[in-house]
Design a protein around this ligand. Structure first.
Ligand code: ATP
Ligand code: CA
Ligand code: CA
Length: 438
């Protein structure tokens, strides 16, 4: 079994920070959960509570292994958010605190954030920049209302916002979020898509060294891949994505991406997971059956017509065709193989097919892949993005290409791109044929 990341144990350099984070979460979450539920008030969105932990303990906090300060933000709002995302309160605490073991993913992005998986890989702790922290607090109410009105939102699910600080150490802000990828499924390929091409290439040569790598827009186009959804699922997907992106545009957020994980059911079988696959897709097992269709709860109707962006993507693909073809990455990665019964995720459309959204054909019959989709990294406000852009790309690139694109066009481009790469295998084949005709 491959374990993702590095285990954070006593010998790990970030052990103390991880211990403090988990101890703080356990204390503050149980503290809030112990109270009777109540309606949120305006003040709940601004609320913050500070706790001091030390080796002796005091009347407010229990004793801990180390001295540290812990700040809990908007605990009632997050309690309600966790309920909206249907997390079981006891389960949440168990996952994050039952044993002090996390896996550290290091810093996968260039932002310098650290990522930790909970022991069971259900949750991710991401350390965030102070500006992101301030921004999340500022938009928390709008985020909350959006989740309320859009239970099937594709946006990252935030479960908690906290801060830790050891004496003389820096203030470390972090969020607890969902791990998009399920613990019991191999994710064969991962992509982080923005709808941009500048700096959106993962060097194919590096893939051998790091077969689990997250690939980007240009890698996706080079492989001529699609989010394979037939008309019914496509409508639901576009509808929700557009609603989510409109919120991000309104809040002047940018730099987010569509995280896409692909589980190939055929490969799953090759890797002797046949039994598991059957178990999961057999209706008798309390799992979604092959004939399942989206029920469209809470969705509005929409007729997509994005010929223009499809053409653009085709042109780009043509340019890329000059490059030599790249083999598909076969990157099985085993995770804890607990298949959970009645996982609450099943109630959410995009996570209802064994944790994801299963591909469909042109006639809406089920396809061979499960897609795991989420809009991630959505705490970058335009002002901050401009500064970062400057820092990272300021000198190296063409001025025209780097001039920071504002949230409106960023979101439009994002939607256009994702819609242009979404089509059933049948449609993709037909388009490829008509494009190759003289
Ligand atoms: P940057 O700002 O440089 O893009 P970042 O530090 O803000 O990076 P993210 O973009 O949030 O990091 O995430 C980096 C990578 O971590 C993603 O491409 C993805 O592979 C993984 N990741 C992030 N969020 C999740 C999630 N919710 N579930 C699974 N994987 C995730
Ligand atoms: Ca990112
Ligand atoms: Ca970021």
């Amino acid at each position: 079994r491959v374990v993702i990341g590095t285990k954070v144990d006593q010998n790990h350099q970030n052990w103390v920070m991880a211990y403090n984070m988990l101890t703080g979460i356990r204390f503050t979450v149980s503290r809030t959960n112990a109270k009777f539920d109540r309606e949120l008030t305006e003040a709940d969105f601004q609320a913050k509570h500070k706790f001091s932990f030390d080796v002796t303990g005091n009347e407010l906090t229990p004793s801990a292994k180390y001295d540290f300060k812990f700040k809990d933000y908007a605990p009632w709002v997050f309690r309600h958010l966790r309920a909206k995302f249907k997390l079981d309160p006891a389960d949440y605490l168990m996952s994050l605190t039952s044993k002090y073991i996390l896996s550290e993913l290091g810093t996968p992005g260039k932002s310098g954030s650290f990522f930790y998986f909970s022991r069971d890989y259900k949750y991710i702790i991401k350390t965030i920049h102070h500006a992101e922290h301030k921004f999340l607090r500022k938009i928390l109410k709008e985020y909350y209302q959006h989740v309320e009105q859009n239970p099937n939102t594709l946006l990252s699910q935030f479960y908690g916002l906290h801060r830790v600080k050891v004496p003389y150490g820096p203030k470390i802000h972090f969020v607890v979020m969902n791990n998009l990828f399920p613990p019991h499924r191999d994710i064969h390929q991962t992509f982080d898509l923005k709808g941009s091409t500048v700096g959106r290439n993962f060097k194919e040569e590096e893939l051998e060294k790091n077969p689990r790598a997250t690939l980007k827009d240009l890698n996706w186009l080079r492989r001529d891949m699609h989010l394979e959804f037939g008309p019914e699922k496509r409508r639901i997907f576009f509808e929700q994505m557009e609603r989510d992106v409109r919120l991000l545009q309104r809040l002047k957020i940018m730099d987010y991406s569509m995280l896409v994980g692909i589980h190939d059911l055929r490969k799953g079988n090759q890797e002797n997971l046949r039994d598991k696959t059957l178990q999961v897709f057999q209706p008798g097992g309390g799992s979604p059956g092959d004939d399942m269709g989206p029920d469209g709860r809470g969705m509005l109707m929409r007729t997509p017509s994005k010929l223009e962006s499809a053409r653009k993507a085709r042109e780009l693909r043509q340019t890329l065709k000059q490059e030599k073809p790249v083999p598909m990455a076969h990157t099985g990665s085993r995770m804890p193989d607990t298949l959970e019964e009645n996982t609450p995720k099943r109630d959410f459309i995009f996570y209802s097919d064994d944790g994801g959204f299963r591909a469909t054909h042109e006639d809406d019959s089920p396809g061979d892949e499960i897609f795991f989709l989420s809009i991630i990294d959505c705490l970058t406000h335009y002002g901050l993005a401009k500064k970062l852009e400057h820092l990272w790309k300021g000198l190296s690139n063409d001025k025209k290409l780097i001039s920071p694109i504002s949230p409106e066009p960023y979101g439009d481009r994002f939607i256009d791109f994702i819609e242009s790469i979404t089509k059933s295998p049948e449609e993709a084949t037909r388009e490829a044929q008509s494009a190759s005709r003289p």
